[in-house]
Design a protein around this ligand. Structure first.
Ligand code: HEM
Length: 384
């Protein structure tokens, strides 16, 4: 099968988006010549039985099992994986070498393409989009939401407190991020169960047709909501984005939709997965729960450490120019994943990485944009 060549003429235009045309190779017979065979493995990241059985133990073990820069060979796509903290920082901080285009795995209609904004936008345009929502998502902005988020959490807990137990994922883990998302976006709470259903199907259904239907319904709903907020603006984020201007011009429909849609996807499964992991650990370690209660002043370190230990997101990038990392030659057009959870288990940065240590002062943890950390301090992601 012919592999698309790297399209040097492609220019990212968020106003008139076209699908980026980067080479996509898959399988053992499509390993490029510059990849040394001793670095090529089918790691089983995200899909293998070992990973699915214990994802965080799997990612911690990658530091012993694989070279720090490994070439992951899979049936659907081949890509480099960086597991060392230092190398992941290098990938995330060198936007001149590593592009965000094609950074998310969500399929879109090539004839009706849009970028997920801001995550798929490279500098210099990226900052212009961030400026629109930063006042809300910066630490000070999210701190203003804390009381509201806490009340949403209390309302849910009071819903099952009398029973003395609950099914955490359905009673709290899923509805809380969706409720808060609907509030932030300016959407009605009576859409909560519908959004939960769409999110579950879109991110977890093995049936692409079912995913397509759910995504289609969500697109239709969000487009109607955007049109409504254009004619009747309010204080929600959809209205903020729908009526925003960049360089004096209004955002195009594609920009507004790509932005709103990504905020929906970016904020749902990440929080849900993080809450579930952390609450399972709390349920299994009642003595540590008492320790948290006994040291309220350390809540930020406690949250940072639990977000490090149970991190859930990965960052995909396209290599835009030949580069050598740890003596390994990567070539323009290759794909690389900064495996953030594995980086948070880097023993050179986090000694005894699997240990939950609230004294670790894991201020180095760069897993989350600060806004998210502050947002969820009161309570607590695959690229799959
Ligand atoms: C525990 C929950 C969360 C985790 C672990 C998480 C993690 C991340 C990570 C690692 C990135 C960088 C991805 C990259 O550059 O490849 C990111 C970006 C982003 N996240 Fe989150 N996130 C969480 C919750 C949220 C929430 C609740 C929202 C909003 C409602 C959100 C909105 C975004 C946005 C807009 C970006 C793109 C930022 C940019 O491109 O500048 N995230 N998130």
């Amino acid at each position: 099968m012919a592999i698309a060549a790297f399209d040097d003429t492609y220019v990212q235009d968020p106003v008139n988006p076209r699908p980026p045309n980067f080479p996509q190779v898959a399988g053992w017979d499509q390993i490029p010549a510059h990849v040394p065979r001793e670095l090529a493995f089918n790691c089983g990241l995200m899909t293998g039985t070992e990973f699915l059985a214990a994802p965080h133990n799997f990612m911690a073990a990658m530091h012993q099992k694989y070279p720090p820069i490994v070439y992951n060979v899979t049936e659907s796509i081949n890509y480099w994986i960086a597991t060392k903290h230092e190398d992941c920082l290098f990938v995330l901080r060198h936007t001149d070498i590593f592009s965000n285009r094609d950074a998310t795995p969500f399929p879109r209609d090539p004839n009706d393409y849009f970028f997920f904004i801001p995550i798929e936008i490279d500098p210099p345009h990226h900052r212009k989009y961030r400026n629109i929502v930063d006042p809300l998502f910066c630490p000070a902005g999210v701190a203003k939401l804390e009381g509201h988020i806490r009340q949403r959490a209390i309302d849910l807990i009071e819903g099952f407190a009398g029973k003395g137990e609950c099914q955490f994922t359905t009673a709290f883990g899923r509805p809380l991020p969706v409720s808060v998302f609907l509030d932030i976006m300016g959407l009605p709470q009576d859409m909560r169960s519908t959004f939960v259903e769409w999110a579950d199907i879109m991110i977890h259904s093995p049936d692409p047709a079912q995913v397509g239907v759910a995504f289609g319904k969500a697109i239709e709903y969000l487009k109607r909501a955007i049109a409504e907020k254009k004619s009747n603006p309010d204080n929600g984020v959809i209205s903020l984005i729908a009526n925003a201007r960049i360089d004096g011009r209004p955002l195009s429909d594609k920009e507004v939709f790509g932005f709103v849609c990504f905020l929906w996807i970016g904020g749902l499964d990440t929080v849900y997965a993080t809450l579930n992991n952390i609450w399972l650990w709390l349920a299994q370690n009642p003595d540590r729960v008492q320790e948290i209660i006994d040291r309220p002043k350390d809540i930020d370190s406690v949250v940072e450490e639990l977000l490090r230990r149970y991190s859930v997101t990965f960052s995909g990038r396209i290599v835009m120019q030949d580069v050598v990392i740890r003596g390994v030659q990567l070539k323009k057009g290759d794909r690389i994943q900064a495996c953030l959870p594995a980086a948070n288990f880097d023993p050179d940065v986090f000694p005894e990485p699997l240990k939950v240590d609230f004294n670790r002062h894991a201020r180095r943890s760069w897993l989350l944009p600060s806004a998210c950390t502050a947002a969820w301090a009161g309570t607590l992601h695959g690229w799959n």
